[in-house]
Ligand binder design. Sequence first.
Ligand SMILES: Cc1cc2nc3c(=O)[nH]c(=O)nc-3n(C[C@H](O)[C@H](O)[C@H](O)COP(=O)(O)OP(=O)(O)OC[C@H]3O[C@@H](n4cnc5c(N)ncnc54)[C@H](O)[C@@H]3O)c2cc1C
Length: 289
Amino acid sequence: MLRKLENYHRPEKLDDALRLLDECGAGARILAGGTAVMAGKNNEIKTLIDIKNTGLDKVSKRKNGVEAGAAVTIAGLLESPEIKKYCGGLVYEAAYHIASTPLRNMITLGGNITQVFPWSDLPAALLACGAELTVAGPGGVRKLLYADAVKKHPTQMIAKNEIVTGVNFPELPGYVGKFTKFSKTSFDFALLDACVAVKIKNGMFEDARFAVSAAGTLPQLLNESAALLKGVKTTDSKAVSNAVQKAVSETVFTGDKRVSVEYKKQILPVLIERLIDAAIKQNEGADAK
Ligand SMILES: Cc1cc2nc3c(=O)[nH]c(=O)nc-3n(C[C@H](O)[C@H](O)[C@H](O)COP(=O)(O)OP(=O)(O)OC[C@H]3O[C@@H](n4cnc5c(N)ncnc54)[C@H](O)[C@@H]3O)c2cc1C
């Protein structure tokens, strides 16, 4: 566990963190919440660059949505009124289901979505709402759609000398998002995570997005099945069921020692159907107000 660690830096400016990361080369790592860095063997790490003092811990409303700094803790996300109301509470719900209170006080948004484990809860929510990362490096700042960041593992899409500085949750007017985590206990890692974000107008789905985590090794956006809901009446149970079944065939599953692929295939349609129902009900409630 960090047996080769020689240096610890806690810069107060992002530019200093970027310079140190670049200068220190292959043995340098960003330290955010530390819950993965400290837990793994990580014998290749010689230098840790702690980004918690670099001002990346704010959540704010912007013209184009909600902007959250990468070093915001999960507890910080949960305290944000902007996150609470964003997309009907989609990101809030995913954050709420991460681990335990002490861990939510440590784990950061950036760490959770960069060092993605199969069970990581926030990635599916980011996919369902079309979130975009801001990534800073020696060459400047670039934007990276989260859906592109998880085409491979995000650590392969973000260079070793780059830092994710924040996440933009785009404006999604009229959308209702729902998240569910299926796990053995409320504290345990997810066996399956599912998210649904829908826009309903005049009793019809105008748009729909489905995303899952823990089904396979990486989070997945299920575009083909979600597209089957577009233009469908919310009361058309056959068409809804078609989209749900397609979500199962579209998902890439891997089993693990806790749960078989067959079991996940039986659970996923139940979760997605429940989320769609809940979104319809929440939308009806909003319409009635
Ligand atoms: C007992 C336990 C239970 C857990 N349960 C859950 C759970 O139920 N659901 C869940 O989603 N998570 C859970 N987690 C958390 C998850 O497994 C990771 O440990 C966590 O998401 C890592 O975030 P962090 O901020 O602690 O990152 P760190 O450990 O600080 O960093 C992890 C890696 O990401 C890199 N990194 C971090 N931030 C950035 C950035 N801004 N830019 C570029 N690279 C960066 C670091 O360099 C490092 O390589 C649990 C963790 C523990 C220990």
